[in-house]
Design a protein around this ligand. Structure first.
Ligand SMILES: Cc1ncc(COP(=O)(O)O)c(C=O)c1O
Length: 389
């Protein structure tokens, strides 16, 4: 008898970014020199302030369940951070701490989406949004920004709305393109959301990584009146190079936060206690570490963008933030971006992620959160590969 699974799980595709990383890691384990551009994680160690706070917490015996929504100390520190960085006032009851930003977005969608409801996505869009909408039995309405400079237009958004639309996920700076939405765009998006009474999930997990003259804009700085229907999503993974600790946080209206907390209570309970203390240390005192990382990423960005744009048949737009380049491979004589990545890994041992994973076939994403040596050798191999096609 064939094994029966739910319709829900049969609709889910595995995370392409995680599976490319896994394939690259198993090639490495087999002794092959893989040049990896797959993973979306900084190659730096966690800040000393995080490690010290974690060690102190272990010694103090902070090894039990915490409040489901997170220790008050971390939620308070997140509030201080938002006030210091964006001038936004939140209180700990309006903050939820989870085991990463991934569960935050999952819980938000579970709290807001009924079966058949639609959520607007701006493509290219991060791989997990789509699957998490499906996990909530919702449907995506995709606004493609590829032809409009990676910024959605009012017309395109309005054309995608239906009477089933309940919200939108806005990601700036963007994974995978590094594009940043400016104040006018965010105000326009917030205006449409207000008119149609839609929720905005504003994922700003890369907000610390922007490259001059580009600047990150928080949607509530652009449109303060959107506060009651906006969930701000952030976390420790990217800014503090703390991916393995698994800490994400959200700030939003008390009622939504409490409903998301109710889901979390049945899912993971609290995020790991030690990790919460580590993140408290980082949010409080790791600003200098973040700036150092950002400066290093800026140098790598310059190198990788210039190397790619000097190659035949491929090109990339200058990313303004995050640590990715999204390379156009539509002029290459290969059937598609998935085949491009498969052959690049097999023939040159360079791991990158196909744009199809971001609802944008014809592109390939390279993460430059890796060493300069990896970038230089990996790009030399990429050049050999595109020249061989
Ligand atoms: C746009 C975006 N949002 C959220 C996340 C989730 O990060 P985490 O679950 O590690 O906090 C990622 C990670 O790749 C991301 O790229």
């Amino acid at each position: 008898m064939p094994v029966k699974y739910s319709d829900r799980i049969l609709r889910i595709k595995p995370s392409a970014t995680l599976s490319i990383s896994a394939q690259a890691q198993s090639m490495k384990a087999a002794g092959k020199p893989v040049f990896s551009f797959g993973a979306g994680e900084p190659d730096f160690g966690s800040p000393a302030s995080a490690i010290e706070a974690a060690l102190d917490a272990i010694k103090r015996g902070e090894t039990h369940y915490t409040l489901t929504n997170g220790i008050v100390e971390l939620r308070q520190e997140v509030c201080h951070y938002y006030e210091r960085r964006f001038g936004l006032k939140y209180e700990p009851a309006e903050v939820l701490v989870s085991s990463g930003a991934k569960p935050i977005i999952y819980e938000a969608l579970q709290a807001l989406v009924n079966p058949g409801d639609e959520v607007l996505l701006f493509a290219p869009a991060w791989v997990s949004y789509l699957e998490q909408i499906h996990l909530a039995d919702g449907r995506e309405a995709v606004v493609d920004t590829a032809k409009t400079g990676l910024t959605p237009t009012r017309e395109a958004i309005e054309a995608a709305l239906t009477n089933r639309t309940v919200g939108m996920i806005v990601n700036s700076p963007s994974n995978p393109t590094g594009a940043i939405y400016n104040e006018d765009t965010l105000r326009m998006i917030a205006g449409i959301a207000a008119k149609r009474d839609l929720w905005i999930i504003f994922d700003e997990i890369y907000e610390r990584f922007t490259y001059a003259p580009a600047k990150h804009v928080n949607i509530l700085n652009a449109a303060p009146e959107a506060r009651d229907k906006t969930l701000l999503v952030n976390g420790a993974s990217k800014a503090y190079a703390m991916t393995g600790w698994r800490i994400g946080y959200a700030l939003g209206p008390k009622e939504l936060i409490s409903k998301m907390g109710a889901i979390q209570a049945h899912l993971t309970s609290n995020a790991a206690s030690i990790s919460q203390w580590a993140a408290t240390g980082a949010v409080k005192s790791a600003d200098a570490d973040v700036d150092k990382m950002r400066d290093e990423f800026a140098k790598r960005r310059r190198v990788i963008v210039d190397l790619i744009n000097a190659m035949p048949n491929v090109s990339t737009r200058e990313p303004e933030g995050a640590f990715y380049v999204f390379m156009d491979v539509r002029n290459c004589p290969v059937p598609d971006d998935v085949e491009f990545c498969r052959r690049l890994l097999e023939e040159q041992m360079v791991a990158a992620v196909p744009g199809s994973a971001f609802i944008s076939p014809g592109f390939v994403r390279f993460s430059y959160a890796c060493s300069m040596d990896n970038i230089k050798e990996g790009m030399a191999r990429l050049r050999k590969f595109v020249e061989s096609l």
